[in-house]
Write a protein that binds this ligand. Structure first.
Ligand SMILES: NC(=O)C1=CN([C@@H]2O[C@H](COP(=O)(O)OP(=O)(O)OC[C@H]3O[C@@H](n4cnc5c(N)ncnc54)[C@H](OP(=O)(O)O)[C@@H]3O)[C@@H](O)[C@H]2O)C=CC1
Ligand SMILES: CC(=O)[C@@H](O)[C@H](O)COP(=O)(O)O
Ligand SMILES: [Mn+2]
Length: 380
């Protein structure tokens, strides 16, 4: 029996992970964590009977304690709670399906405790990849990508010599605004930005896909996961989201991973790696597939992608600034406090004004995040 902890069990990746657990009887949930949604967490506790549940919000944690007092689940709260549940003796693998840089400390704690990581929470690698990847190697811990593109690259690299990679071809849908120019983007609404053409996901990543900042974060995520430079990663628009990414090797051969846009596949692959197992759901039917097409990204219009390449190349604390500014700006856009194009304007200004720290430690990363958030609050 494989025992898992899920950080972010009430979200898009978290609930799909629980769907995978329902279908695979040798997976068991030992711990769950959410931010505030205790109604859903209570239902999950009653169904999956974890030993622990963590709630970020202390008041909500107290309320949940009362709600589940007839169960054997212990409720914990805050950062201590997250760290407690990922380090439990019985846990084999932690699914990091929490959103944002808040995932850094629990991910590091889990690695230090020797737990494998099924990593969805890309913001942790973007900001702290230089700490997380060497630590995972030191502790002999596997970082198994859940992000669909990175799972595809991981699958394409199975059995290959990573030194023989020529480049990574990271596919992108192009989002709901593919083909638009800045004049059009100035007029888009929150509702428009939340309509992803192929994937149903949490709000933050859906906005990131629309600005293509998601792809930029994924370039930096791939740099850390596969030990390549950002110059060796080419973004290719593949609007149908059927090819999830590809690897070109030194001999010119390209290996791609294809599948329907369904996150349960990369989740299952990460949880059972190296085993493959039958999964319910729609399959790619080439007889019905009208076409698979390709385009180059328009990085002048979708400047967030260009800024991410620049942050990834600069390294040090710059990816933290990119990510922290994006998290704050997206939250403001979701609250209707700023316009759509302000998201990338804010990121660019924060990056321009940042004084680089070469090799930031965790405390510096968190401090830089705080100062970027304060700057944005004071100015926008
Ligand atoms: N959705 C997808 O298809 C994909 C997502 N990802 C990545 O996976 C991560 C999760 O994305 P997604 O599932 O879409 O996000 P959602 O917004 O749907 O879910 C986020 C989850 O995190 C929980 N959470 C938020 N803050 C805290 C906190 N401080 N402490 C504990 N739990 C917290 C939320 O709890 P609550 O419900 O209580 O707020 C919720 O369970 C992101 O990093 C995203 O980039 C990557 C590839 C695909
Ligand atoms: C499902 C997944 O992995 C998302 O990160 C997805 O890639 C978003 O689509 P975009 O290609 O539009 O960013
Ligand atoms: Mn992705």
């Amino acid at each position: 029996m494989k025992q898992i902890a899920i950080l972010g069990s009430t979200g898009s990746i978290g609930t799909q992970t629980l769907d995978v657990v329902r279908e695979n009887k040798d997976l068991s949930v030992a711990a769950l964590a959410a931010g505030t949604n205790i109604e859903q967490l209570e239902k999950q506790i009653r169904e999956f009977k974890p030993a622990y549940a963590a709630v970020w919000d202390e008041q909500k944690a107290k309320e949940l304690t009362v709600l589940v007092k007839d169960t054997n689940t212990r409720v914990v709260s805050g950062m201590d709670g997250l760290i407690k549940i990922v380090t439990l003796d019985q846990i084999n693998i932690v699914v990091t399906a929490i959103v944002g840089m808040i995932g850094i400390r629990p991910t590091i704690a889990a690695i230090e405790a020797g737990k494998d990581i099924a990593l969805a929470n890309k913001e942790t690698l973007v900001t702290a990849g230089h700490i997380i990847m060497p630590l995972a190697i030191e502790k002999g811990v596997k970082i198994l990508p859940v992000d669909s593109e990175h799972s595809a690259i991981f699958q394409a690299l199975n059995g290959e010599n990573p030194k023989q990679i020529n480049k990574i071809l990271l596919t992108a849908s192009g989002g709901p605004f593919r083909g638009m120019k800045l004049d059009d983007l100035a007029k888009v609404s929150l509702e428009d930005a939340l309509k992803h053409p192929n994937w149903s996901m949490g709000k933050k990543i859906t906005i990131d896909s629309s600005t293509m900042v998601n792809k930029g974060l994924e370039v930096i995520e791939a740099k850390w996961l596969f030990n390549v430079s950002v110059d060796e990663i080419q973004v290719v628009i593949q609007p149908q989201s059927i090819i999830h990414s590809m690897v070109e090797f030194v001999d010119g051969s390209i290996i791609a991973q294809l599948g329907m846009p369904d996150m349960k596949l990369p989740i299952l692959y990460a949880l059972l790696y190296p085993e493959r197992r039958n999964m319910h759901g729609e399959r790619v039917d080439f007889a019905k597939l009208a076409s698979i097409t390709f385009e180059s990204p328009d990085m002048d219009t979708f400047k967030g992608l260009k800024l991410a390449y620049s942050a990834g190349k600069t390294g040090g604390s710059m990816p933290t600034v990119l990510n922290a500014a994006n998290e704050k700006a997206v939250s403001k856009f979701l609250n209707r406090e700023i316009a759509y194009l302000d998201i990338v304007r804010i990121i660019e200004q924060c990056m321009n004004e940042h004084k680089l720290v070469d090799n930031p430690n965790i405390e510096q990363i968190i401090e830089i995040e705080k100062s970027v958030h304060e700057l944005i609050e004071s100015r926008w």
